[in-house]
Structures are given as C-alpha cells and as structure tokens.
Design a protein around this ligand. Sequence first.
Ligand code: GL2
Length: 838
Amino acid sequence: MQTVPNHQVDNLQIEDDRTGLSVECLKRAFLDNLFYVQGKFPKIATKNDYYMALAYTVRDRLLQRWINTAVIYTDRASRTVSYLSAEFLMGPHLGNNLVNLGIYDQVKQAVSELGLDLEDLLEQEEEPGLGNGGLGRLAACYLDSMATLEIPSLGYGIRYEFGIFDQDIRDGWQVEITDKWLHCGNPWEIARPEWAIYVRLGGHTEAYTDERGRYRVRWIPFQVIKGVPHDTPLLGYKTNTANTLRLWTAEAPESFDFAAFNSGDYLGAVQEKMVSENLSKVLYPNDDSSQGKRLRLAQQIFFVSCSLQDMIRIVFGQNVPLEKFHEKFVVQLNDTHPAIAVAELMRLLIDEHDMGWDQAWSITQKSLAYTNHTLLPEALERWPISLFGELLPRHLEIIYEINYHFLEEVKAKFPADSDRLRRMSLIDESGEKYVRMAHLACVGSHSINGVAALHTKLLQQDVLRDFYQMYPEKFNNKTNGVTPRRFIVLSNPRLTNLISSKIGDNWVKNLKDLKHLEAFVDDPEFCSQWRSIKSAIKQDLVAYIQKQNGITVNPDSIFDIQAKRFHEYKRQHLNALHIITLYNRIKANPDIDITPRTFIFGGKAAPGYYMAKLIIKLINSIGDVVNNDPDVRDRLKVVFLKNYSVKFAQRVYPAADLSEQISMAGKEASGTGNMKFALNGALTIGTLDGANVEIREEVGEENFFIFGLTAPEVYALKARGYRPLDYYHSNRELKAVIDRIASGHFSHGDTKLFKPLLDSLLYRDEYLLFADYQAYIDCQDYVSQVYRDRDRWTRMSILNVARMGKFSSDRSIHDYCQDIWNIQSVPIELGECIQAKE
Ligand code: GL2
C-alpha cells in the first residue's frame, strides 16, 4: 500500500470519502459509488445498482480495518489459524457487516433519506451458497467468532462458480436449478492474481539421486492447474479485526495452448482451459455422504495444495524459517475433505523444500488438527486406490510410507494383533483397495475432535475406537456453537432490543450474560413484551407464507418448524406421521379439541437421494389434502417453504414456537439449527442426540420436550433384532397412519407413489421411526397441552434463551484456542499501520 503522509490521513477529505460513519457521509459515499463504480445516476439505477453502491460503501469501511489488520499480522508474524474447509456457507454479507461495523441504524437512515428502503436492498444480495448445511455454516460462524475474538485467521476454501442449487417445488417434487450467485458480480471479494499458485495432477513419479547422494522422487504431472485467490474481508463484531476468507478459483495456466492454436486446432486449444476451470465449477450437493468422484478428489487436492503453498509463501515472506511452519500456522481440517493435507504438506516439505522425512512428519503432525463431523458410515470418505494413484501418484507413495511407519507403531503398542492392523491401516484391503481419509487425518494430526459431547464419546467408543486406544491424548470434544451476531442481532432485531433494554448489550459478545434475563421471568410486563414480539414475528411469516405459498396460516397456532437438510436419519417423515395422526383424529371426530398447529418445513435433498426427495413429495402431498379438507377447519396447516438458505433461515428461526430436532439418537453429530431456534425462544422437541443433550442440560429438563430411544437403546434394539412390522400391527394409530398413506389418500388414489417409502419403513426402518413413534406422539400431545398455558410457555421460552450462553461460537472458538491451537488474540489499533510505516 502506498504510504500516506499523516497530515493527509487526518484530513477530513479522506475521512469523508472512504471511512466516515455519519449519515451525511454515508449518503455522499453511496452516491459517489453509484456514480463511479456502477456508472449510474438515480433516475436509471436498478435496485441492484443501489445494492452494489451500498455494498461498496460498506466495503470501503472494511478495507481500512482489513489493511490495518494485515499490516499488523505481517509485521508481527502473528501465529495464525488456517481453517481449511471445502464449504463456507457465509450467508449474505451486507447486513452482517452493518451489524459488525455498528452502523446498521445510520445506514438505514442514510438510504431512507435517499428514498430507499434498507430491507429492500438487503434482499437484493445473492447469498454465496458455498456449502450444503451445518458443516459449511459452522465454518462461517467460526470465522465470525475468530474475527470477533481478534484471533488471526485465514479461511481457505473453493470459490465455486455454482454453489448449492436453488430448489423449486413443482407438483410437490423438488426441482434443482443452478445457482448463479456471481451473475451480478461480487462486491465483497478482491481477486489476487499476483498470488496465483500452481497445482499438479496425474502423471507419474521418477526416483533419482540428488547431488548429495540422497534418494529423491520427482513428480512429472499430466496436468497443471492454476489457483487464483479471491479474498473477502471478514470483520469482527465491534473490533477493528478484519480477517480474510481466501477462496481459490481454478484456471488453466495459459489461456491458450499456442501450439494447438497455431496449428488451427482452436477448440483443442480451448479444451484445456475448460477442463481446468471445471475444477471450481460446482459444489457437490451431498450432505453427510461421499460418492468417491474423481472431480471431487481433484477439488480437494486443488484447494489444499493452493492453501498450503500459500502458507509457505507467507512463512517465507515473514522471514520465518520453514522449520517453524507449525509455530506460524495451525491448520484445522474441517472434516476429511481437506485431509489430503497430511500427504501434501509432507510432499511440499520433502520434495519441494528438501526436508528429511522425520522432521517433515513432526512439523506436519504439529501443524494439523482434525475435526470429525459425522457418525454416518456413508459419509466417511475413502478413495479407490486406482483413482487415487492415477490423480495423485506421489501422494499415494507418501501415504504408503506413512502407513508403514504407522503400522510399525501400532505393532509396537499392540503386539500380535493382526486384526487391529487390518482395521487401522490407512488402506482398506478388504475388497477393492481404498485410501481411508479419516485414518489419514487421525494419524497426521495432533488433535482429533468431535462436535458435541455425545458425538465425541461415540467416536471414541465406536467409529474411531482403535485410534482412541492408540492415541487417547489426541482426542477432545469441542461442542459446536453459532454466532449470536447473525442469528439474533441481525435476524431478530426486536428480540435483541428487548433483551438489551433489560440487561444491556454485553451479551452480544458474552452470550453467557443472557442468564441475567432470568431475573425478569416473573415480570408480567416483560413476559407480555416477549410474547408480543414472537407474535409480531409470526405475523411477518404468515404474510410471507401467504405470498409465497398462497396458504392462509393462523398466527395463534403453534409454529412447529423443521428446517434442515432432508435425510432419512433426520426423520422429517416421523414429523409427517404425526401430522397424519392428528389428521386421522380429526377425521374420526371432527369436533375434537386440538391445539391448532402450523407445520412448517424447509430444506433441500441431495439431487441423487431418491428417498429424501420422496419425503419432500409426501409432505407436500399431505399439505395439499390437509390444507384443503373442510373437516380440518384450519386447525392444521402444512407449509413447505422452498429454497431454504441462510438468508431464509434468518427469517424462519425467530418465528418458531417449536423446534423439531428428532434424529435417531446416535446419528446427528451435533446439529446447530437446534441452537439457533432455541436462541430465538423456540422450545425444542428432540431426541437425546448430538448437542440436544447439552442444550437440555443447560436449559433444564423441564424446559425441553424429550422423547425416544437413547443411543445405547438404539444399539441394543438393533442388536436384538428390530422388527418394525410388530409395531405396525400392535399400534392402532400408527397402523391407521401408514394405511392412510398406502390407500392413496394423499396421492389422488395412486397407491404406488409412496410404496418405496412405506416398504422401507415396514420392512427395514433403519432409523427406527416405528420404535419411536408412540413416544413422539405422546410428547407432541404434551407440547399441545403446555402451549395452551401461555404463561408457562412464555416462561419456558425466556428460560431457554437465558440459558443458551454456552452455544455461542465464541465459546467454541475460545476452547479451540486454548486446547488445540495455542493461540492468543492480537488486538488491532486503527491507524497503527500508517504510523508503523513512518
Ligand atoms: C455435519 C453434521 O451432520 C451436523 O450434525 C453438525 O452439526 C455439522 C457441524 O459440525 O456437521 N456433518 C456433515 O457432514 N454435515 C453436517 O451438517 N453436512
């Protein structure tokens, strides 16, 4: 950056143009950007022009902090967390930046004085949907917390041209539409072509002896891809720290193969460019499952190699010797998607930087830490050796060598236990050979953590048991958290204001302070304000549903919401069985007294996941019947809100009365939606799964609706031999529900449509819906009864919010810093960079 003399920095001109926060200054800057960046004037400007002008106005204010932060980190060579993640589900940036800069109200006023509505402009932002669900959103919450806690950090990932698909619903079925989030440009990022990095793929290796007589390996690749970083500043809440999200775009090293071009083969010349760019084209839309596709492995090595090489560039740039890589960087692997980092860092240190094996291994292990996010066997990544070796021949050799040393260690610790060697090997040799990425991550990291207490326990007892016995000291738990900035302050301003009017606003940074709300739980005025806020937010959602779905919803009904990815283990269909149970009761007795409910669903299914898509169809079909049956008399409504996203989630969480967290125990690693709902005053109906266990512990069991089998009970039942048909035959209401679906009642008489789903329940029921059915229905009946006592419900809601302090991502990040990263905060003073230069 060019040095600016001090007298000019203090000069009002600079303040006003780029950094000033007054309403007048914001207005001027906004019009300036409209003119100079968008090339428009108000009469012909589109809404998007206005959004862009505002985004640039806000970005200018971030840049001042971002550059200050970078200067200080560089000068001090600060220890830095690299968070490697194939997904970052950031959500819209504008609103969050306004909150974190503390200028939401000024900007609202500024645009309103220009005749515009801030909410309208916020709506305009295309969200970067670069993630599937919880795992990607967690990464985003963690970046927010790291900036807020002033922890130097870099988020590294892929800048997918197409993020998670847009979901439309046609005739009740999910239809996928490509997500063109970049079509109007992205005002938040800055491309850094000068820091491009080259990544090799394919080809073969050759052994040679170097000038010092050492055995070395040379990798002759088939293809080289160029990675171009695109940086987005991420500002902490009311701090000057702005960290960086660095996402890589794949390009061909040269735009044209000139040899092919000159020989007239134009298309052949462009071919390489197209093949290369494919790498960062699209996000794989599978949540919690892996399909072993070549392009996916290529994406993983691409972003991991770019990121590690970038870190090495930074290490050299800050005059840190490479032997101290692990002192400068700690690299957190967000699931196994970046686990190839173990082999890639070894390769970089040994082949490219001349280091010996032992030292390289020590640096690798000290640098890397691995977070596991799943207990589902289908999500544990493994790559067929043939595919792996073809794409990454050198990495395969390195993995074989790591495996050799590792199995020697296992033999030494557990002599004469060949079965253990087979189980723990980095290579699965039971049939076709595979590389096991979770094993690679465990062996190459100094820390292995789960994301909720129960999840970590189950990893230790089951999925990673051998590794726990081998390295007990590596294992630790870090219960997930969510950022209160986006998920209360931004998304629920009414609740935020009420809370702050009573206890001040410290809770935004210290979420445990919410406990001071408990003092008001018996204050009738406060309770009535609490209730009217929920009611007003529900009214907003009613209007939205009316507009989007054309369904009229009763705002006084229980807003019973299940919003998350569609997956059989999450059991949206158990929720559907409850709806039909109530419907059957009404059909049998139209005058029955039931508490009115609105069942709201949101979420996408992986495009190739047939059963999940059939569950979406079932819910929509139930809605079509129930919503239009005169017997129901508006006591039940079923609403499917299409295209669930972060933007949308922010609208939905605040409106919920009841949060559905009903996965089969032992399957949901943590869940984070459960936290966002409870933080907004919803009560939870849930199983003892994932973080539900800890949420219940915190809010008190009397304020949580628990039901169903526990994880050990699930295992025991399965071990005994589970027979869903027995439940079907012995439970009258359950049988009536299944029969109602089978009869074609929800499918215009078509008895085949839902047969695959019914058969899967009647003859397998892998996720034990039938076993949990009665407990669920009983619990829901209890919910309906409690809801009628409005004072009691309000009290429970307040206590839920007051006791959610543990689930701030600030707490999670604080724990990572202490137990895994060994890193301290680096406060940023504004202006220091300029003074430091003088
Ligand atoms: C997940 C888990 O399924 C979910 O329970 C957890 O809260 C998040 C974040 O830790 O990670 N694992 C996974 O693969 N996805 C998740 O959401 N997609």
